[in-house]
Write a protein that binds this ligand. Structure first.
Ligand SMILES: [Zn+2]
Length: 245
């Protein structure tokens, strides 16, 4: 029962962080400040009152419209709040009250913001990317996490360089290299490799459907990272079985 109340509190907390992520997702690609000005309608620019700014609930009570100009508000807002709330609950249920839980929340929140920005703008802003990496490094085994991040980033950088030389076009952006560092810091080896492989598998179907249009890759990397993180023991067993039978 204790778990339930903690989960509920963390869900509500997660939705308020999700509300902040919406600001990040909207303003960072436009290179606007994420602190000033306060939240306002993106259409009529009227500053929102606190009751218009309650995660998920305000959007429902306002029937998805601005309280002032009645312009429809994207369902992305409550969606991001809901997902962030759920994310906090599952991460808490996985880890329990460990001291680095806030940093795990922070790195996955930043990854989620990157996912949404990549979806919307096909861009991966460095500020959010480095924030995710920095937060991922704050954990009990900091030295190993930093070494894993450096190895993964360097490995992917060299791989990209090799492919670029052969294919004569840029194969991997610097953003992917940083994301790889974050993934390795969170997952460690060899689970990092498994997440990389899983992300490629997850991306196959959407890539086939999209055909001509570009498919953002960060969402698949982030989703695979979350899956492998939640099922780390199962992943280790699976890799063990693949390698040693
Ligand atoms: Zn408005």
């Amino acid at each position: 029962m204790e778990n339930f109340w903690y989960s509920l509190v963390l869900f509500v907390f997660g939705t308020t962080i999700g509300s902040f992520l919406n600001v990040v997702i909207y303003r960072i690609p436009k290179e606007e400040s994420i602190i000033f000005p306060s939240s306002r309608c993106t259409h009529c620019h009227t500053p929102l009152k606190w009751r218009h700014n309650i995660p998920i609930l305000s959007w429902i009570f306002l029937h998805g419209k601005c309280a002032f100009c009645h312009t429809p508000i994207s369902a992305q807002y409550p969606f991001v709040e809901l997902i962030t709330g759920l994310l906090f609950v599952i991460l808490y249920l996985k880890l329990g009250w460990v001291w680095h839980l806030p940093f795990v929340f922070a790195s996955f929140s930043a990854l989620f913001a990157l996912v949404m920005i990549d979806f919307k703008y096909y861009a991966v802003p460095d500020s959010v990317n480095f924030f995710a990496l920095t937060m991922a490094l704050v954990q009990p085994d900091f030295i190993t996490a930093a070494a894993d991040a450096a190895m993964a980033a360097l490995g992917l950088y060299l791989l990209g360089l090799g492919v670029s030389l052969i294919a004569r076009k840029e194969a991997m952006g610097s953003a992917d290299v940083i994301v790889a560092g974050t993934m390795a810091a969170i997952l460690g080896f060899p689970n990092f490799f498994f997440a990389l492989f899983l992300s490629a598998v997850l991306a196959i179907v959407p890539s086939l459907i999209a055909k001509e249009t570009k498919v953002p890759f960060v969402p698949f990397l982030a989703l695979a990272t979350l899956i492998v993180y939640l099922f780390d023991r199962e992943t280790a067993q699976l890799l063990d079985w693949i390698m040693y039978g």
